[in-house]
Unconditional design. Sequence first.
Length: 507
Amino acid sequence: MTQLNRRTFLGAATATAGAATLLGAPAPAQATIGSRGNRYALQKRFVDWRFGMFLHYNMGTYHDAEWVEPEQDPQSFNPTRLDCGQWADAAKSAGMKFGVLTAKHHDGFCLWPSKHTSYSVASSPARGRDIVREYVQAFRSRGLAPCLYFSIWDRTNGVGPTGFDDRPPITPEAIAFVRNQLTELLTGYGPIPLLIFDGWAWHWAFGHQSLPFHEIREHVASLQPDCLVLDLNGLSVPWHSELLFIEETKGGVFCPPGNLYAASQGQTIAPAGWFWHPSTPTNLLGVEQIVDGHLRTLEARYCTFILNCPPNPQGLLDDTVVQTLRDVGRRWSPDRTRPPLPPQPDAIMHPLTPAAATATSGDATRAVDGHSDFGWNGQADQTLWTSDTAPTKTSPQSVTLDLGRVYSGIDVLTYLPRQDTRTDFVLEDFHTDGNITSYRITVSTNGSTFRPVAQGDWPADHTLKQITFRPSTARHIRLEALAASGNTPATASEIGCGGLTTRPRPL
């Protein structure tokens, strides 16, 4: 394990994202970065849980694989002693407060009898059983919060590529399929306090534009307003996500000291992988590694530890896993003296997905494609917009978002700087050259006449910049770079806009 020493991991929650100068009439009073945040109560509850169980149980369990090939024979999914109550009892014994079940992984096999695909438990020897329902009932009956993991990427049902070379378009039918399956999961099982998305932000599959993030986020909120959304996008700032997720298995990355974001860190109890493998029962993390190396360390960093405990092909946790969890519970108890979660940045509850983007120079589509997965190894899978020349106040470089139609009520713009680092696994060593440090935001209904709504300066660091302004009616939103760090061409990983707490209305 490599523990990182990151002194300035937060940034945005302890300082403003920029000294915005609002132009025209003053903006109405709204929550801004540095406030309690519009999802604070839910985020606080999550970090106060401190410890939970990730349950990677799906088709990979039966094929000794982390990612199985699509369209496996459903008959191969054959639990003979499946008992979600045993999982819940083991979690309870360890002092865990919640679980996260892989309702659907990247191959698309569903642990519930979905009406929208035959690739599910309904076509397996477990037909007649709804594993999601059994899991939810078992955990809830023991006072544990049942949460779900859902892979947006679905290699069997036509959501994204089936392999790693093809690039099929995301069709309206694919988007409808995702919405329909989420409707099943978020209306059939009672309150789901956390939904983890995966496989969405990767550059070689598809991003948050081709399968519109705003549409899915709005859909989730319409079904379960109090469900936190966590996208496994690999970032160290909460972009399109209300919690951070630090995947320790990517090179041993660790939530750094001083973190103040509501965060989670995922590690698996068996180094063999997230899913069960033949070596799982005999090759586990020790109790000391779990308690001292993780729980006590992460607790002070407002980082909830999600320990993956993969059920075996029988559908049970191995006896060695159960015993380890029981021993953890005997040794660990929460530190009730930890101060409350600090103020959090606001979540943009109503993001908009641009229909197109243009720029003064460079490829503007790279700033709106939603490719952000940062591999924690010094290289980001993100794609960057880069201008041809360095911006100046007399010759700014800009990206203009076209929303496809006019909306009223737009009141926020976000700018995600580059996220790559100079040194492998060292999160204090982010590249900053090209990060926009002085900006102007203008809006237009017709694409030719723009009016300014905000102007100011940002620090050159990697944190998400979020500027609120008076609610505006616009089809086009322009971010002008007036200066960039290093006096180099301006860069952007992602530029977005939307409504902070009120849904923009199409006109």
